[in-house]
Design a protein around this ligand. Structure first.
Ligand code: ADP
Length: 327
């Protein structure tokens, strides 16, 4: 086997957890061991580096986790990491452990931390996109998105049963603070009449007209999907606005954190396995400062800078199509 200057790597999960992170950890650990690398897990994101929370990882340490949601390495938000002096401490601690490079599984916030560790202290770092929101530029999909969409869809199918039985209007709030990727896919797959995504402001009047038009064609129950936007509970404001405009009494269902948990779907396990393994191969061959993403069916390396300097577009077509098909 060819030689690499990398001998010991660390794997961490950071930011919001997402189903499939464990499958990515498993893939990274086993790919690393297949290349005779030593692997440690950092427990609890960047705080784990500052608090010396390391755990050696062997083949069997990652047995029986491919199907489990959450992350065995725990995750955290670490305020200190925004300050350069703490990033220096972290870099010194990584070096003291003999760690040649890190794999950071998380969202774009976590990648900023990894990017700075590289820029300021030459710590080799590769990112793996793990967030249910799917809002990371440079990759078609992020780990956890497919599972979150399927979990939300399952809930919506159930709500549709009761909506249809009582001729009711339901507003279902899905996750997505700044992005409506979950809302768009769930809305189209769940046959929603209207989708409110943070990127595309849909006027309430238009939503009311859409529901009235559906009713005039004999449709007696409707489902509206909204992303949480900047404020969880936004669906209640929407229900009130619709009531004021139309007199319709909409029921609200907020799905919340159930969308974060659960066993990852096959698609997420495959994605996580490919990205987790790809990250090790990248580190091993001397790459740094980039995320391993998915472009069509191919793995791609995307420099960290590209990720922050671009915004991933939420395909408007899905939202428009859902509206046409719900008539
Ligand atoms: P996500 O990775 O899911 O986007 P966050 O944005 O909360 O989640 O970021 C996770 C952690 O990454 C933060 O708590 C912090 O430790 C680190 N981080 C985020 N942004 C930065 C930044 N600009 N500089 C340094 N570290 C950061």
């Amino acid at each position: 086997m060819a030689m690499s200057s990398i001998q010991k790597i660390a794997i961490m999960t950071s930011g919001g957890d997402a189903p499939g992170m464990n499958a990515a950890i498993r893939a990274s650990v086993r790919m690393a061991i297949s290349k005779n690398l030593e692997v440690v897990g950092i427990i609890g994101g960047y705080s784990g580096i500052l608090n010396d929370q390391y755990q050696p990882l062997q083949l069997r340490s990652v047995a029986n986790i491919i199907q489990r949601g959450g992350t065995i390495l725990k995750t955290a938000r670490c305020a200190e990491f925004f300050k350069p002096e703490f990033r220096k401490i972290a870099a010194d601690k990584l070096r003291a452990q003999g760690i040649d490079g890190i794999i950071c599984i998380g969202g774009d916030g976590s990648f900023r931390g990894a990017h700075l560790l590289h820029q300021e202290h030459s710590i080799k770092a590769i990112g793996v996109p793990g967030t249910i929101d799917n809002d990371i530029f440079g990759t078609d999909y992020t780990i956890g998105f497919d599972t979150a969409v399927n979990t939300a869809l399952d809930a919506i199918d159930r709500i549709r049963d009761t909506a249809a039985s009582h001729d009711r209007l339901f507003i279902v709030e899905v996750m997505g603070r700044n992005s409506g990727f979950i809302a768009a896919e769930v809305g189209l797959a769940g046959g929603a009449e209207v989708i409110f995504a943070p990127e595309y402001l849909f006027p309430i009047d238009q939503a009311v007209n859409q529901i009235k038009s559906a009713m005039s064609k004999g449709k007696m129950s409707s489902i509206i999907i909204t992303a949480e936007g900047q404020k969880s509970g936004r669906a209640y404001d929407l229900a009130e606005a619709i009531r004021k405009k139309s007199g319709f009494d909409a029921r609200v269902c907020i799905l919340g954190h159930v969308q974060r948990g659960g066993s990852p779907t096959a698609a997420d396990r495959v994605l996580a396995s490919r990205l987790g393994a790809g990250a090790v191969e990248a580190l091993w061959s001397g790459e740094t400062n980039c995320m391993i993403g998915m472009n069509g069916s191919k793995l791609v390396k995307v420099p960290f800078e590209f990720i922050y300097n671009n915004k991933k577009e939420n395909p408007r077509e899905l939202i428009d199509l859902a509206q046409i098909l719900s008539l």
